[in-house]
Design a protein around this ligand. Structure first.
Ligand SMILES: C[S@@+](CC[C@H](N)C(=O)[O-])C[C@H]1O[C@@H](n2cnc3c(N)ncnc32)[C@H](O)[C@@H]1O
Length: 372
């Protein structure tokens, strides 16, 4: 039996390739994982746990890092636990480190692990406190932004993995993290496929878009601005509307106000949009009536039957990871019943058998599904 110990920072840098971390111990460990995804795993009896992460900022993992992560994993597996008996989870980083998530997942799958996935493209700077014995990974935000409605911490239980995060003491509630122009592939899809399809098939009919689980509304404003700009550029005459819903009434109320504290990088990246459709005042962005009239905000639980139909596109981003396959299938069935054909649906990654059973087609380039 090899005994692993928690490496201190100095040893860790010495023992691992620059920027890549693999931490092992038998009791607890706390690690700053920044914006990066982390793979955590524990032995069935909780006697051993590991967290494997990388804070490399290059555009791709260097081969040395991949080798390092693979050997860290192999070391763990050599303890004599078959991969299928290990509990493992992938905890996502920010959207801009999505590629790291994909590579790390590849490494895990190659080692025959099938980690449960949480919060892909979700929280920002985080510290993870991991207790293999208890099967608990507690995630704390280092930099909590009071305006993004996020609680400061979340807890993930590996033992009851399908339940997902429970935030603070609220129990069973998912994170509310959101950002402007978050799911890049869906904006590309709107421009390249969805709006052109709508204009080709039904140029005079309203273009209806559903931002399902819109949190504080940054998502809905982003789509409304983008659709408005794209339709205007295409000299389209059809009306359009973004229906934005969330289970959380408080978030809906704040979304209706349309006032956001934006980060410096958002103001830099989306300045043209903010100025065109609202006003920037220091770090505050206020949307104006012109764009607000294209959005309808209301409270809605995805478990309910959709109140409205005829959507050309539904985006339900960063929600499915908190639900099990049964709930995901139910939500997807609701979306399928609410879209016109061809209908475009974004919900993040879904298992192939479910997609096939529901008769959806994959649009791999856009990470979306097509209902024909
Ligand atoms: C992580 S946020 C994602 C927000 C936004 N879609 C984005 O990607 O930026 C998850 C949101 O899902 C909402 N949510 C969770 N379960 C829901 C349900 N059953 N029905 C409607 N909204 C739900 C939460 O209130 C929260 O605002």
């Amino acid at each position: 039996m090899i005994h692993f110990k928690l490496l201190n920072e100095k040893e860790h840098l010495h023992a691992t390739h620059k920027g890549t971390g693999a931490w092992f111990n038998t009791k607890t460990l706390s690690v700053d994982i920044g914006q990066n995804p982390v793979l955590i795993l524990r032995a069935p009896d909780g006697s051993l746990g590991a967290a494997i992460s990388s804070n490399d900022t290059a555009n791709g993992y260097k081969q040395a890092m991949i080798d390092h992560m693979e050997s860290a994993l192999a070391k763990f597996l050599r303890e004599g636990f078959p991969a299928e008996s290990l509990e493992s989870a992938m905890l996502g980083g920010a959207d801009n480190s999505g590629w790291k998530w994909d590579r790390m997942l590849e490494i895990a799958l190659k080692a025959a692990l099938n980690p449960k996935k949480y919060d892909e493209g979700g929280l920002y700077y985080r510290t993870i406190h991991f207790e293999p014995k208890a099967g608990l990974a507690t995630v704390s935000r280092k930099k909590a932004n009071p305006h993004d409605c996020n609680p400061a911490s979340a807890q993930l239980s590996l033992e009851s993995g399908t339940k997902g995060f429970s935030e603070g003491n609220a129990g069973g509630v998912v994170a509310n993290a959101t950002r402007f122009f978050r799911q890049e592939s869906t904006f590309t899809a709107l421009r390249e496929v969805v709006i052109p399809a709508h204009l080709a098939e039904t140029p005079d009919e309203p273009f209806l878009f559903w931002s399902a689980a819109c949190s504080g509304g940054a998502e809905a404003y982003s789509y409304a601005m983008y659709i408005h700009r794209t339709l205007t550029r295409a000299k389209a005459t059809c009306p359009f509307k973004v229906f934005a819903t969330d289970i959380n009434q408080k978030l809906i109320e704040s979304a209706k106000i349309g006032e956001y504290r934006a980060s410096k990088s958002d103001i830099k990246d989306f300045k043209a949009y903010f100025q065109r459709y609202g006003a920037i005042d220091g770090d505050t962005v206020r949307f104006g009536k012109e764009i607000q009239r294209y959005i309808s905000f209301s409270a809605f639980d995805l478990k309910q039957r959709p109140r409205k139909k005829g959507f050309r596109m539904v985006v339900c981003a960063n929600v499915f990871q908190y639900y099990d396959d049964g709930a995901r299938t139910h939500f997807l069935e609701n979306f399928i019943s609410a879209v016109r054909r061809p209908g475009y649906i974004f919900v993040g990654p879904m298992r192939d058998p479910i997609i096939h059973a529901l008769g959806l087609k994959k649009l791999t380039k856009y990470k979306m599904f097509l209902a024909e």
